[in-house]
Ligand binder design. Sequence first.
Ligand code: HEM
Length: 501
Amino acid sequence: MLSMSLLNALDVESCLGLLLVSLLIFDFWKSKNAPNFPPGPWSFPFLGNVFAGFDCRAMDEVAAKFGNICSLRVGYDKIVLVSGYERVKEVLETQGDYFLDRVRSLPFKQVVQGNGISLSSGYKWRKQRHFTSFHLKAFAEGKNALERHVQQECIYLCQSIEEEQGSPFNPHDILNNATVNVIGCFAFGKLSDDGFVDFRNLLVNSDSMFIENIPQIQFYNAFPGIVKRFYGPHKTALLNYAKLSAFVKKQIEKHKKDWDPFDHRDFIDAYIGEIDKRRKDTEAAFTGENLACITVDLLKTGTQTMTDTLRWALLLMTKYPDVQKKVQDEIDCVIGKWRQPCLVDRVKMPYTDAVLHETQRVSNIFPLTAPRLTSRDSVLAGYFIPQGTLVICHLSSVLKDPSQWEKPDQFYPEHFLDDRRNFRKRDAFYAFSAGKRSCLGEQLARNTLFLFFTSLLQRFSFSAPEGLGPHCKDQEQIKMSQESSQIFVSLRQEKRESDLN
Ligand code: HEM
C-alpha cells in the first residue's frame, strides 16, 4: 500500500517535472531572438524583463552594459532600446519611415481604439496630424491668438505669484493653471468660469495618464487577463482619462449647438467643419469620437510638459542666481521693466533663448519616446530588427551625449551660444524628439514658454529657501526637489531691488 502511493507520488512529480521542462522548452523557443538581434540582459522565463523598471535610469544601465542598441523582453514582446545621438537620429530621421507606427500600452489602446494623434498610425495618423498641426501653428504664430492670450495669462500669473510674496511656496498649481488655460483656449476658446474650474481640476490628474513606462503597465501589457482584475495605476489612469474625455465631449456638444461656418472660434469649431467636408474619406476618420480623442491628447501632452518645463526653469534660476541675473539684464535691456514681453523680442534675446533651451536639455521632461512599432524588417548598426518589433528611443541620452555637448552633465546655457554670443541651434537638441513624429506642439510650447518665463523674470527674482537650491548637489537632487511638493519646490520670489527704487 505504502509503496503504491509512493509510486503514485513519484508519477505526479515526474509528470510535473515533464510539464515544466516542456513549458521551459516552449518558452525558450518562443522567446528565441532572430539572428543578429540586439543583445540584452538575461530574462525570466515567461515574464521576460518585466522587472527592469523601464525608466530612464534602468535604460541607462542596460545600455551601459549592452551598448547603444540593446533589447529587453516583456512577456513575448521584444523591445529594442536605442541610445546616443547617431543611433537615435537614424531611427527617428534617416530610417524614420520604418519606425513611425505606434503601439500603446493596452489600457489606452482599448479606450482610444487607434484614434487621436499620439496613439494612431498610418493614413489616419497622417491626416489627423496634418490638420491639427496646421491649426496649432496658426494659433501659435497668429498675432491675435496665442500671443495676446498668453500675455493676458502672464498678468494673472504674476498677480498670483505676487500674492505668495515673502514665503516659500510651491509654484506647481499656479503654473499649471496658466498652461492649462493656454491649451484650453486653443481647444475650447472661452469656457464659463465654472467650466474652467472643472477643467483645471481634471487636468491636475493628467500626470497619472503618463504611465507607459512604469513596470505595472509592462505587466499589464504582457498579462492583460490577470492584471486587469487588480487595482493599480492603469485603473487610475483610465478613470482620469474617462473623466477628461467626458468633459471634452460635453464641450463638443455645446460647440455643435452654436456652430457658425463663417466664424471658427477655436480648434473644436474648425474640426466640426472638417467632419462634414471629409465625410467620404472614412479612412481618415474625421469623426466626433476622433475629435474628442485628439483634444484629450493635446490637453494631456501639452499642459504637463509645459508646466514641468517652467518649474524646472524657475528651479534652475534659484540654483544659478548668476544666470538669473544675466537673463534679467537682457530683459531690462531689450524689453525694459514695464512693457509686456512679446514674441518678436526673442530674436534680440539670445541669452534668454539659450537658457530656455538649456533648461529643456537638462530637465529630462520626456526622457523616452513612447514605443514605436517597426513596419518592416530593418538593419540598425548591423543589428537585425524584424518587422513588428517595439523600439524605444532614449531621448535624454541624446540630450546628454558627450559627443555632442561640451558639458553634458552641467547646466551650461553657452551650449546654445556661438563665439559672438548669438543664439546657436544644436542638431542634438531632441527635447521635442525629431522626424515625422516629433512634437506637434513645439512651436506653441516654445512661444508660450518664452512669454511666461520672460514675464516672470521681468517681475520677480527667484531664490531658494534656506538649505535648498544652490546646495542641491546634482540634477537628480533637483529632480527630486521638484517632485516632492512642500519642501523642495519652495521658491521665494521677491521684487527686484531695482524695481523698488
Ligand atoms: C515643453 C513642452 C513639450 C515637450 C518637451 C514635448 C515633447 C514631446 C516629445 C518628445 C514628443 C515625441 C514623443 C514620442 O515620440 O513618443 C511629443 C509628441 C507630441 N506632442 Fe509634445 N511636447 C511639449 C509640448 C506639447 C504641446 C504644448 C502640445 C500640444 C498642444 C504637444 C502635443 C504633442 C503631440 C500631439 C504629440 C504626438 C505627436 C505624434 O505622435 O505624431 N506637445 N512631444
